[in-house]
Design a protein around this ligand. Structure first.
Ligand SMILES: [Fe+2]
Ligand SMILES: [Fe+2]
Length: 268
């Protein structure tokens, strides 16, 4: 059994005056981890210039990098350009896609969306504006499910999910209860449970809680940088180690046995 160390952070909110800030903050992750996860709000106001400054810093963080965008990255409607800029710096930005690290760990990611949790999840009913809002939440969950299912079909047992919005209520606790519904949605957690994800990371809730889990026990980490700094003695990222057998090991083969084919009784 081998392991993979994941350094995870979110809510960098890179600004025009942030030159060098994230090289210093995230550079040490290259010595402590095998891969760096960034769960959205990479830029502060979604400007191309912010992405360029961040890309320059991330280029110097010498480990594989995988990310999703956050709501702030969409503020100027320049998401496509931001993805391109970060890609040139070696960041795999997932928008409903998957990416495989070292032939061992499959990563799938979406931004996610708001909508609320558990029995308080907003449903598609009434005005068309509400239906449009809920549809975005459903579409984001579906995109995550498709990306994770592709990894399943390829035989990957170790799967990591990245979102910006929270999949569970537990990791937004600490924020004002009045805004919980705007910080994430249980539809994402349903996907994590359905697809048997190993671990999930998100951000967005700067004053939330570090760790929670889905109803079926998938560990969920809120890695918003302001939260890590406040709760973990000024740390800029959290390092999580997961078991990750090499592709081709027996443990990687689909483990669910096919149901036995019922014997057809021979005609008497
Ligand atoms: Fe944020
Ligand atoms: Fe956010």
């Amino acid at each position: 059994m081998s392991t993979v160390r994941i350094a995870a952070a979110a809510d960098l909110h890179c600004r025009l005056d942030s030159q060098g800030k994230f090289r210093r903050a995230l550079g040490p992750a290259a010595d402590e981890a095998d891969v760096l996860v960034l769960s959205g709000d990479l830029c502060d106001t979604g400007q191309i210039a912010e992405a360029e400054i961040l890309a320059e810093d991330l280029h110097e963080v010498r480990i594989p990098k995988v990310a999703v965008l956050g709501n702030h990255d969409h503020e100027c409607d320049k998401a496509a350009e931001i993805v391109k800029i970060l890609s040139h710096a070696g960041v795999h930005v997932l928008q409903g896609e998957s990416w495989v690290f070292d032939k061992r760990v499959g990563f799938a990611g979406v931004k996610g969306f708001a909508g609320g949790f558990e029995d308080a999840t907003l449903q598609s009913w009434g005005e068309s504006a509400i239906k449009t809002f809920v549809l975005e939440s459903v579409n984001q969950a579906l995109a995550l499910e498709m990306a994770l299912t592709k990894l399943d079909v390829s035989g990957f047992k170790t799967k990591v999910a990245l979102t910006h919005y929270a999949p569970v209520r537990a990791t937004v606790i600490g924020e004002k209860p009045e805004i919980f519904a705007f910080l994430g949605c249980s539809r994402l957690a349903e996907v994590l449970d359905k697809t048997g994800v190993t671990v999930a990371f998100h951000g967005h809730a700067h004053r939330g809680s570090l760790r929670g889990q889905t109803p079926r026990g998938v560990p969920v980490y809120n890695v918003a940088m302001p939260l890590l700094r406040a709760e973990l003695n000024d740390r800029r990222y959290q390092v999580i180690t997961i078991d990750a057998p090499a592709h081709g090991d027996r443990a990687w083969q689909p483990s669910t046995p096919k149901p036995p084919v019922p014997e057809v009784p021979s005609p008497s």
